[in-house]
Design a binder for this molecule. Structure first.
Ligand code: PMP
Length: 446
C-alpha cells in the first residue's frame, strides 16, 4: 500500500484521541537516525519518535537481545513470576542513582504509568496529601499523571485537587518579569515564602516533581543552581525532590541524567521512553519507603516483562559505554551554535536553548512583543517534513521547534538538518508552503 492510501485508512480507523500529528509520515523502516516511509522516501528523524530512539533505529545489539530473549522466554508476568532480566536491570538502575538511602525499582510500560505511581504512592508514603509540580510540565496521560501535568494539552482537564503548580524557571518568559542576572531566584523565594507559606503549608507537601529540562513545555533549560536551591528548600521542609527523566534521561543532555547538570540527589527518578530502545518499558527508582508504600497497589500484567527488560539491559549497556552521551554533548553544541547563527538572520527566532541533543528554537511574531508564532512553527515543521526532516513542535503555545534526534546522529546529518531547517524557515516566512495541507494536522490541539 502506498503512503496516501495508508494515510486515508489511518484517518478512518485510528482514534483521534491518540493523535498528535504534524504531517503524514507512514514509517516503514528505520536505521540509525533515518526513517523510510511507505513510498521509500527517507527522512532524517529529529524527533527520535519523541525522544525514544536514543540508540538509533534497529540497533543490531537491540535486535539480537530481543531475538534471543524471545526465543528463550517470550513472556512472563513480573507481578507473580520473577525473572532474572528484571532483577539484573533493577539492580543496575538502582546503582545509577546516588543518595545513601535504600532504593527499589518498579517497572511499567510508559512515562504515564510510572508517574501514576507517584500520584498514587506519594500521599500514602509521606502521609502528606499534596504534590507540587510545574506549569508547563508533561508527566503523562493517565488520571494521576494528567493531574500532575501543567501543559495546556493536559491542564484543561480537571485533575486531582491535591496538585499545586508553580512557575518553571522559564527565563525567556519569566512570569515574575525579572532578569536572570539580578533576580536571585525570585521564583524560589516565591515558593518558599508564598507557596509553602500560605498556598499550602509545607507539612502538607509530600514532594516536588520536576523535569530537568522542561521538554514538552518548550525545551526550557533552568539556570544553573536553580535545582540545588530548590533541593535546599525541599530538605528544610522534609519534602522529597523527584525528577521526571522520562524524556531527557539516558544521555540526551550530554550527561546520564538531566539533573546531573546541577548538584542534586533526587529522592526518586522516573524513567521511560528510551529505556528499552522502543520496547515499552518505564521505571521509577527511589526511596524504599515510596516504593514499598503498599503491596500490589500499582501493577500491570505485562510491565517489566523479560523481552522489555532484556532490551533495557542492552540499551543501558550501550548508553553506559559513554560514546553516545559524549556524541550528544558534541553534536548538540554544534547544532546549538548553528541555530544561534541562524537567529542572527531570522527575527522570528526569539530564543535558542538546549542541552546536548535536546534543543528548542522558540519562534515569535517579533522579538519585542515575544508573541508566540504558533502557526509559523506548524508550517516550518510541515515544510521540514516535505524536505525530508522529521521535526515536531512543543511548548505551551506550540511555537517551539524541538530537536531530539537519536544520540547516534553524525555531524554530516546534523549539517544536513540545519540546511533543511533554514530553508523551511525561509519558505514558511515567504509563504511558499501550502497552509491548507498544514491545517489538516491538529498538532497539540491547544
Ligand atoms: N514525562 C515526560 C517528561 C514526558 O515527556 C512524557 C511524554 N512526552 C511522559 C512523562 C509520558 O510518557 P508516555 O507518553 O510514555 O506515557
Amino acid at each position: 500500500m502506498n503512503g496516501n492510501e495508508l494515510y486515508l485508512r489511518d484517518k478512518n480507523v485510528i482514534a483521534d484521541v491518540l493523535k498528535l500529528r504534524f504531517f503524514p509520515v507512514v514509517a516503514q523502516r528505520g536505521k540509525g537516525s533515518t526513517l523510510t516511509d511507505a513510498d521509500s522516501k527517507e527522512y532524517l528523524d529529529f524527533s527520535a519518535g519523541w525522544a525514544v530512539a536514543n540508540t538509533g533505529y534497529c540497533h543490531p545489539r537491540i535486535i539480537k537481545a530481543a531475538n534471543e530473549q524471545m526465543q528463550k522466554l517470550s513472556f512472563s508476568s513480573l507481578t507473580s513470576i520473577m525473572s532474572e532480566e528484571s532483577i539484573l536491570l533493577g539492580e543496575k538502575i538502582c546503582a545509577l542513582i546516588d543518595g545513601d538511602f535504600e532504593k527499589k525499582v518498579w517497572f511499567g510500560h510508559s512515562g504515564s504509568d510510572a508517574n501514576e505511581l507517584l500520584a498514587k504512592m506519594l500521599p500514602l508514603a509521606t502521609k502528606r496529601p499534596r504534590i507540587i509540580t510545574f506549569v508547563g510540565s508533561y508527566h503523562g496521560m493517565t488520571m494521576g499523571s494528567y493531574s500532575m501535568s501543567g501543559h495546556p494539552a493536559q491542564s484543561t482537564f480537571i485533575g486531582g485537587g491535591n496538585v499545586i503548580k508553580i512557575a518553571y524557571p522559564y527565563c525567556y518568559r519569566c512570569p515574575f518579569a525579572k532578569e536572570l542576572e539580578t533576580c536571585n531566584f525570585f521564583c524560589l523565594k516565591y515558593v518558599k515564602e508564598f507557596v509553602l507559606g500560605s498556598v499550602v503549608p509545607a507539612n502538607q507537601v509530600g514532594a516536588i516533581i520536576a523535569e530537568a529540562v522542561q521538554s514538552d513545555g518548550g525545551d526550557v533549560v533552568p539556570p544553573k543552581g536553580y535545582f540545588k536551591e530548590l533541593q535546599r528548600i525541599c530538605k528544610d521542609n522534609g519534602i522529597y525532590l523527584i525528577f521526571d527523566e522520562v524524556k531527557v534521561g539516558y544521555g540526551r543532555t550530554g550527561k546520564m541524567f538531566g539533573f546531573n547538570h546541577d548538584e542534586v540527589n533526587p529522592d526518586a527518578v522516573v524513567l521511560g521512553k528510551p529505556m528499552a530502545s522502543g520496547q515499552p518499558l518505564s521505571a521509577v527508582v527511589g526511596r524504599k519507603e515510596i516504593m514499598d508504600a503498599a503491596t500490589g497497589a500499582h501493577l500491570f500484567t505485562t510491565g517489566g516483562n523479560p523481552v522489555a527488560c532484556a532490551c533495557g539491559l542492552e540499551t543501558l549497556a550501550i548508553i553506559e559505554d559513554g560514546k553516545l552521551i559524549k556524541n550528544a554533548a558534541v553534536i548538540g553544541d554544534y547544532l546549538k551554535n548553528e541555530f544561534l547563527l541562524l537567529a542572527k538572520r531570522y527575527d522570528v527566532i526569539g530564543d535558542v536553548r538546549g542541552r546536548g541533543l535536546i534543543i528548542g528554537i522558540e519562534l515569535v511574531l517579533d522579538r519585542k512583543s515575544k508573541k508566540p508564532a504558533s502557526d509559523l512553527a506548524a508550517v516550518v515543521s510541515y515544510r521540514c517534513y516535505e524536505l525530508g526532516l522529521i521535526l515536531f513542535c512543543t511548548g505551551i503555545s506550540s511555537n517551539v521547534l524541538e530537536m531530539t534526534p537519536p544520540l547516534v546522529l553524525t555531524k554530516d546529518e546534523a549539517k544536513k538538518a540545519v540546511g533543511i531547517i533554514e530553508r523551511s524557515l525561509s519558505d514558511a516566512i515567504n509563504n511558499r508552503v501550502d497552509e491548507k495541507k498544514v491545517k489538516e494536522f491538529a498538532g497539540w490541539a491547544i
